[in-house]
Design a protein around this ligand. Sequence first.
Ligand SMILES: NC(=O)C1=CN([C@@H]2O[C@H](COP(=O)(O)OP(=O)(O)OC[C@H]3O[C@@H](n4cnc5c(N)ncnc54)[C@H](OP(=O)(O)O)[C@@H]3O)[C@@H](O)[C@H]2O)C=CC1
Ligand SMILES: O=C(O)CCC(=O)C(=O)O
Ligand SMILES: [Mg+2]
Length: 744
Amino acid sequence: MASEKSKIIYTLTDEAPLLATCAFLPIIRTFTAPAGVEIVTSDISVAARILAEFSDCLTPEQQVPDNLAALGKMTLLPDTNIIKLPNISASVPQLLAAIKELQAKGYKIPNFPEDPKTDEEKSIRTRYSKCLGSSVNPVLREGNSDRRAPPAVKRYARKNPHSMGEWSQASRTHVSHMHGGDFYSSEKSMTMTKACDVKMDLVTKSGKTIVLKPKVSLLAGEIIDSMYMSKKALCEFYEKEIEDAYKTGMMLSLHVKATMMKVSHPIVFGHAVKIFYKDAFTKHAKLFEELGVNANNGMSSLYEKIKTLPESKREEIIQDLHACHEHRPALAMVDSAKGITNLHSPSDVIVDASMPAMIRVGGKMWGADGRLHDTKAVIPESTFARIYQEMINFCKTHGNFDPTTMGTVPNVGLMAQQAEEYGSHDKTFEIPEAGIARIVADDGTVLLEQNVEEGDIWRMCQVKDAPIRDWVKLAVNRARLSNTPAVFWLDEYRPHEAELIKKVNTYLKDYDLTGVDIQIMSQTRAMRYTLERVIRGKDTISVTGNILRDYLTDLFPIMELGTSAKMLSIVPLMAGGGLFETGAGGSAPKHVQQLVEENHLRWDSLGEFLALAVSLEDIGDKTGNKKVKILARTLDEATGKLLDNNKSPSPRTGELDNRGSQFYLAMYWAEALAAQTEDKELQAFFAPLAKSLIENEQKIADELKAVQGKPVDIGGYFVADSEKCKAVMRPSPTFNAALKAARG
Ligand SMILES: NC(=O)C1=CN([C@@H]2O[C@H](COP(=O)(O)OP(=O)(O)OC[C@H]3O[C@@H](n4cnc5c(N)ncnc54)[C@H](OP(=O)(O)O)[C@@H]3O)[C@@H](O)[C@H]2O)C=CC1
Ligand SMILES: O=C(O)CCC(=O)C(=O)O
Ligand SMILES: [Mg+2]
């Protein structure tokens, strides 16, 4: 056995991934222990993050460490190996629900101050803000991203294509975005020639100087941007598009990313709510203010707030809200059976997943009548909205994609060290008063400035030089290793990207590019070029900034594979370690609901299987531990076999689910280890396990199926009971006994 133990840190997150982990951990531990690899867990669920933040309010027994901060530090070490599952990036309504559950479970954490007034409330709000939105990924992503569909996964999708809707040339579906007054149109950018500290301030028309951000330390070579979205232009845009949809009989949908753009997009979302329901918001303005209604939290929050009112008043408001629908277009639904619309909650419709889902079914979304309809997809910011329109145009002309023949589009994404827009939330402000928004260097020089009005959203973004160099290196490596053309999706007319292009051209010179096809194209051209290749079965690497990384790594996988859960998602950490993300998708809250109601978990753990294999491979490469390398190789074989034999979870209750799929992975993995002859110790260890799983295959499959169809209790949503989860997620006594026997 190997002398020194290597460590994989396995994150515990939320919802479906956490449940899947509950079943998977005993399997992983059984397989990795004989190779000297230890699996250590780290709870970074939204509940654990809240508890870590409010330790001072808890009893000593209730206190938990700040795991996220510890992991963040570890990403800066060369031998760190983390497997990261998708976690909740909480919107305010999700955070409120988590707080409520924790309080009900006896944790004396404070209420979330929605409208903080006193200093104490402001401090609590600031502390809770650390748990809001996308707050895990930016801490752990100390590297750029490499996301792709492994060949076995692509082969599987070609053999077992998922359903695709039909695209008609007569489809009226389209994307509506702003043509002025948005971030794109106001962007200014520059590259720092030397390191310095800057501040963000606002010189108001009334002559005051308000410091919004006292200090941002910048490095030489760093690119910084300043941009704003005009409230007036945004509201006019909404008025126009809502009116257009109404007049032309189109359904309306809004697509934002309020989780990652946690300061700007809730505001963008809130204006849509206020304008859609303008009459009711105007009539009840005073009362809504008194009740603390915040449109940024969606209609579900408004309905919650008015619950406290006397019935007659509440009825009046509900009627007024309903009356708004009479002269408004139909709204796309998140759940038509429950009457949950697109404007219900800012975290219900997340653009990276919602737009591909719409395109996949032929450009349609669900209406209140429970049917699919063409839709006007409103994506206010034009910067990247146009890529979707380009794909829609393509589908209208060529029909929908064919998963059996289409090429693949891997992505190399710039995201390290909170690069670009997704790292801007601590530098994003809703402007309190008209004036000049400025980025000012410590020597008093005004670096960038713009005129802003009250309510505009102003932000500064940054991307450091080292991540850009690393991104170019990753792109060249991927292009060379996979012998695939790579396209940098960069628009020379966008100031930020003009700066990036200069750097990309410079850093590309560091490489011998003989035989490597690398091009730079604007986003719409890159999309067109890639799609022309895709339908001819040709592969093209997209090399993009942070937002397109997010968008494209759902968009193409959802067309190619039916879901982004099947993606290999690697973050080579710049300090030398590895962060292995599982898939590229979210935490699928709907899956938990199905488990609780019917004891069927449709979540596909393929992303975990793929991540574990590359994580083991990384350890094997770094330590030279041959046993670990064999584990990685045989796991890949097992995953391939799992796909070939169609043992992925079914969405239908009563059929194979996540637990069954994990059992088959374990069986194939043990079989592959028993069959190899390179390492006799491993062979001897796994032969009895393989035998027992093969002999009991039917019995285990039956035990896993027998439990389905009935409701189960997991003891909570944000803080599920770990014993109850174990009981639900490990229901086969025969499988459990086989694993236990192997561990000895
Ligand atoms: N890396 C991260 O940490 C990420 C976290 N998130 C968070 O996840 C939550 C939900 O996000 P959202 O973007 O709506 O995406 P979802 O997780 O709801 O995914 C959208 C749909 O994709 C399918 N899907 C996703 N993952 C799997 C899987 N492993 N197995 C099978 N099907 C899958 C499901 O389709 P079907 O219903 O047909 O089964 C699901 O309904 C939010 O809290 C969000 O903040 C989002 C993105 C990434
Ligand atoms: O961090 C998040 O909220 C989501 C991350 C995401 O969607 C992605 O990286 O693809
Ligand atoms: Mg994403």
